[in-house]
Ligand binder design. Structure first.
Ligand code: GLN
Length: 485
């Protein structure tokens, strides 16, 4: 069997029983990346040497019998996690040659667990986008149809999985950037509770919304990766000090007694009928598994987009102020004076979408507009979070579509930022409320493009989402479909 076609859990078995070595497994992925990445563009940097060195170390651990569940597992990491001495670009010209002097907590934990980091995956510039078209390193193509976008901003992480260029990948999700590309490429992706995984060494976009998380072929694989990443980190004061449950051993086959809420606002009249249909069918599967389905309302849903597109750019404008051409990153040629250095460095180093966000954010934070926009958005954010808290008094989990449509053609929305922003209408509120949310495949449209469904749980109830996803995947085979490449 070609080991690149296995799941993470299957590969674990192959490694433990010595049917394959970590070096052989890593080589198989590196060869496949060399062959397929030129078409898909999922990786910005492939670390052949680093990966093989990690694989050799993993083989030593496996032989010595001190392996973790990730020892020898090839993983791709979104290019916004700092990796010591390995180029970390954030999809931007600004950081095109940046080699971080330190390691992010996410990658440190992966390495300490014995994982093999194959490389750094492509992404929208500074994680701003929903199509992976804002990357300085070119768009990522959707393995299901290379004329279409894979979603964003973790488009490289999602496409790498769909094309079997890693067994799991790490993404980040500020407004949907794990769940939306997972849905559009037919894989599974989890955005944990805000603070469940450390943000230390993860290049900041909007600090009150950013959260790292795993993408993989199914819920069981995600549980294995989350186990390694979750937990408090003294280097990130917003990471949560709470016990980490055993995610793998709490996966379920049945859902008896589980109350699943369907928020009416997530099924608007204009919803793509194929998505509506796929969700209805998924409800039927969940009922058969023992769950009950209950209609609920999240009345402030319609404020999601305006609220997010005030708060996220406001935080971005502040976070991105550090790219001034002085200490690190891109610097313009022959500046006339200090002001010219700042202005040209930032105009040349950032792409149009990032510049748009900085201008939006600076505007809503400026004196005179702060109260009207930023402070008001913070108040609405609270109302949105309260909607969820109220819903969770009646139900255990919410089920919604992940996206309003399936993967759209490359170029279709690049000149229409509002159409692009609307791609995230079902995922953004989950970040505003800080909740865990996961997308898994639940159908296909008439073109054969994947459809995703989103499950949302109360704070720190990742195991509930994973258990539900696993039960659903035991009863269906959508997650096993593969694109022809
Ligand atoms: N698409 C959204 C944006 O452009 C969300 C991005 C993200 O989650 N990083 O801001």
């Amino acid at each position: 069997m070609d080991p690149t076609q296995s799941t993470l859990v299957q590969a674990q078995g192959l490694l433990r029983t010595r049917q394959i070595s970590a070096v052989e497994l890593t080589q198989a992925f590196l060869e496949r990346i060399d062959r397929i990445n030129p078409v898909i563009n999922a990786y910005i940097t492939v670390d052949h040497d680093g990966a093989l060195e990690a694989a050799r170390a993993a083989d030593r651990c496996l032989r010595a019998g001190n392996a973790t569940p990730l020892t020898g597992i090839p993983i791709g990491v979104k290019d916004l996690f700092c990796t010591e001495n390995v180029r970390t670009t954030c999809g931007s010209r600004m950081l095109a040659n940046f080699r971080p002097p330190y390691e992010s907590t996410v990658t440190r934990r992966l390495k300490e667990a014995g994982a093999v980091i194959l490389g750094k995956t492509n992404m929208d510039e500074f994680a701003m986008g929903s199509s992976n078209e804002t990357s300085f390193f070119g768009p990522v193509r959707n393995p299901w149809d290379i004329g279409r976008i894979p979603g964003g901003s973790s488009g490289g992480s999602a496409a790498a999985l769909a094309a079997h260029l890693a067994l799991a990948t790490i993404g980040s999700d500020t407004g949907g950037s794990i769940r939306q590309p997972a849905a559009l490429t037919g894989i599974s992706g989890l955005k944990p509770t805000y603070g469940r995984i450390s943000r230390y060494g993860m290049i900041a976009f909007a600090s009150s919304l950013d959260q790292a998380g795993p993408l993989a072929r199914d819920a069981a694989d995600i549980a294995v990766v989350l186990q390694i990443l979750a937990g408090h980190d003294p280097m990130d004061s917003t990471s949560i000090e709470a016990d980490v449950p055993d995610y793998f051993n709490t996966l379920a086959n049945r859902l008896d007694g589980l109350r699943i809420g369907i928020p009416e606002e997530y099924h608007p009249d204009g919803l793509d009928p194929e998505i509506r249909c796929a969700l209805k069918e998924a409800e039927r599967v969940l009922l058969d598994l023992g769950a009950s389905i209950i209609p609920v309302s999240l009345p402030h849903t319609r404020y999601a987009i305006p609220t997010y597109y005030i708060i996220a750019p406001a935080e971005a404008s502040s976070n991105l102020a550090r790219y001034d051409g002085i200490r690190f990153g891109y610097r313009c040629q022959e500046p006339k004076d200090l002001n010219d250095l700042y202005t040209r460095t930032r105009s040349e180093g950032f792409g149009p979408e990032v510049r748009r966000r900085i201008m939006l954010g600076t505007y809503v934070l400026s004196s005179g507009y702060y109260d009207a926009y930023y402070r008001k958005a913070q108040k609405v954010r609270r109302l949105i979070a309260q909607d969820f808290h109220q819903a969770f008094e009646a139900v255990d989990l919410l089920l919604t579509p992940t996206t309003p449509g399936t993967a759209f053609p490359l170029g279709e929305r690049v000149d229409d930022p509002v159409a692009m922003y609307l791609s995230d209408i079902f995922t953004i509120n989950v970040n505003l409320a800080g909740l865990p949310g996961m997308s898994i495949p639940c159908g296909v449209d008439q073109r054969g493009l994947p459809i995703g469904m989103q499950m949302i749980a109360p704070v720190l109830k990742e195991e509930r989402v994973l258990a539900t996803a696993h039960a659903f995947q035991c009863a269906t085979s959508w997650h096993q479909r593969q694109p022809e490449l």
